[in-house]
Each structure stands twice: as C-alpha cells, then as structure tokens.
Design a protein around this ligand. Structure first.
Ligand code: NAI
Length: 326
C-alpha cells in the first residue's frame, strides 16, 4: 500500500517512518502542501494523507477519485479543512479523533500561565541580565472562574486542570455532559462571568466568530482569553480593536484565522504581509504559538499509529471506525 503523505514536516518522518514498516506500507513523504496544484502527485498511490492546514477542495477530491485514491487520511482530529460533501460517495475521510486530549489541554494551561505570569518575557529579560520585574504582575488563578467553551475530550481535560488550581468552573456546550461536575450556563453568561475563557469547541458555521465585538463587549476588562481550538472561532479584527482599547489581561492563541502559509513555516527571513498577525504579535499581553498544542511524544505516537491503522482498515475492507460522517 502506497501513501502520498503531503506537507511532510521533519517530525512526521520521525514518527511515521518506523511504524510504516510494521504496517507494511510505503510512505512517499512529499514536502509540498496538498493543493489543487499538487494533487496530481497522488498518481500511483492508494491513499492520500493530508495535513491539518491543507484545504482539500472538491476539485482535488475529483482528481483523487479519478486517480483511484481509496481514502483520504487526516493526521488530525479537526476536519473543517475538507469538503466532506464533495467526498461523499467517492472516498471516505478518516481522522484521528482522539490522540491525547491532555496534550492540548496542558498546552492551553501553559498559554494561560505564561501570559498571566509573563515567564516568556522574564526569560528574555534575565538572559540579558535585566533583573527588573516591573510590568510582570500576574493574578492568582485560585478561586477565579474558568469558563470552558466545549466540554468534549479536551474541554474535560482543561476542566480537571483548572480544578487543580482551585478555580470555579462554568461551561457552555449545546450538548452538555451532565456526568461532569461543572455548572453549565449560557454562552452569554459564560463570557460575562468568566475570568478565564478557554475555547475547546470545533469550528462550525455556528461557532465561527463566536468571539466577536458583541461577545467581547460582555467580557470582564481584565479577562484572559485562550484559544487552542481553531483560529476562526475569534474575529481577529474585533480582538485587535479590544486589545487596543486596553481590554484583556492576557490572550493566548495557538491557532489563528489565517494560518495557511505562515504557521508551521520558518518565515523569519521574509516580509510578513498579514498585518493583523503582525499587530497581534506586537501586544505585550498576547502570546501566539504556531498550532502546537498537540505536539507531545504521546500524541505523535498515537497520531501515527491511528493514521496507519485507518489506512490498513481501508485496504483490508474492515469497518472504518474513524470515518468522518457529515
Ligand atoms: P470533542 O468533539 O471531544 O469536543 C468538542 C465539544 O464541543 C463537544 O462536546 C461539542 O458538543 C462541543 N460543541 C459543539 N458545538 C459547540 C458550540 N457551538 N459551542 C460550544 N461547544 C460546542 O473535540 P476535542 O477532541 O475536545 O477537540 C476540540 C477542538 O480542539 C477540535 O475541534 C480542534 O479544533 C481543536 N484541536 C486543536 C489542537 C491543537 O493542536 N491546537 C489539536 C486537537 C484538536
């Protein structure tokens, strides 16, 4: 079985190469992104493996179909980057539904602690022997209110972490899990009452720009906003406007509306054209990371194993337990 593995990063090879032998498959590591310009490279392969930021359009799906591709493997949990309707009846889309919810939740907590206690800035100062602590005042999390948006796997792991800090937890989810020891409130109540708002829901038409001018207006002036889910949950323009007005004690973003072509890449020698991204990085109370919440040894091992198990299931005609259904 041959897999066209698009948008390969050095760390993909480290985790997928050894496992490919065990799973009896040949992986063709392609560094180019999966796009309408590169979809013809899938010729001669059985399966395509796409990256979380590859936009898999109906044009590409038609081309893969004509090339005899049997399935598209997503090495991610999210699947908002694939035209699922176009794939219906042509090829299954398989994902890795859960690889390590703790990896993302722990990263959300990392962003919160860093942006709250300014450790990233303290590191830069002390390396330069500037031992001045002015400007680094943080806030205790103990007895503050954490508002968790989306109480699925990652949201639940975040609830547990916040409880560890002695925080009160409120949550919003249209499908509440009443086994969880949290107080469910409306989304408006959550953004109004929470000291920390952490987003853990998928990107859908309903959740797109759920953080916007109106919902930001409801938030406390000194709130913390953490997004490790998908960039477009936040309307960047409204966020910048709020930050300029002095809103937010801290904002931690592992994801961004316009990641394509910038996130995961080394652009340190290039001119950055995205003015909103440049503006965001200039705020002292904003910390941006490059979509790395998932990036732990445990998660990478699980991603590689499940992706190759998904591949094997397609080729052996076994039930596709990780197929994305519309
Ligand atoms: P999950 O499917 O277990 O949970 C998602 C929860 O969101 C569900 O409980 C669902 O009912 C809820 N939800 C749906 N619509 C909602 C709405 N309108 N408002 C509030 N909640 C809503 O998903 P999981 O595994 O917890 O992942 C959550 C998200 O995290 C993914 O969709 C993905 O976008 C993101 N993610 C980010 C990663 C990173 O590296 N930064 C890695 C993996 C996932």
């Amino acid at each position: 079985m041959k897999i066209a593995f698009y948008n390969t990063k050095p760390y993909d090879k480290i985790w997928f190469e050894p496992l490919s032998k065990e799973h009896n498959c040949e992986i063709n590591f392609i560094e180019l992104p999966c796009s309408e310009q590169t979809s013809s490279l899938a010729k001669g392969h059985d399966l395509v493996c796409a990256f979380v930021n590859d936009q898999v359009t109906s044009v590409m799906i038609d081309e893969f179909h004509s090339l005899g591709i049997k399935a598209i493997l997503l090495r991610s949990a999210g699947f908002n980057n694939v035209d699922l309707k176009a794939a219906e009846g042509k090829m299954p889309i398989l994902r890795v539904p859960s690889y390590s919810p703790e990896s993302v939740a722990e990263f959300a907590a990392t962003l919160l602690l860093t942006v709250n206690r300014h450790t990233h800035r303290a590191y830069a100062r002390t390396r330069d022997f500037n031992m001045n602590i002015n400007g680094f005042t943080g806030r205790n999390l103990f007895q503050k209110t954490a508002g968790i948006v989306g109480t699925g796997k990652i949201g639940q792991a975040m609830v547990n972490i916040c409880k560890g800090f002695g925080m009160n937890i409120i949550a919003f989810d249209p499908y509440p899990n009443h086994d969880l020891d949290v107080k469910y409130v409306t989304f408006e109540e959550l953004v109004t009452e929470a000291d920390v708002i952490s987003l853990h829901c998928p990107l859908t038409p309903e959740t797109t720009h759920m953080i916007n001018r109106d919902t930001i207006a409801l938030m406390k002036k000194d709130a913390y906003l953490i997004n490790t889910s998908r960039g477009a949950l936040i309307d960047t323009e409204s966020l910048i406007e709020a930050l300029l007005s002095g809103k937010f004690s801290g904002v931690g973003l592992d994801v961004y509306e316009e990641e394509e072509g910038v996130f995961f890449e080394d652009k340190s020698n290039d001119i950055i054209e995205d003015e909103q991204l440049v503006r965001l990085t200039s705020f002292h109370n904003v910390l941006i990371t490059s979509h790395m919440g998932f990036f732990t040894h445990e998660a990478m091992r699980e991603i590689a194993t499940t992706t190759l198990e998904n591949a094997a299931a397609v080729l052996k005609g076994e039930p596709l337990v990780n197929e994305v259904k519309i």
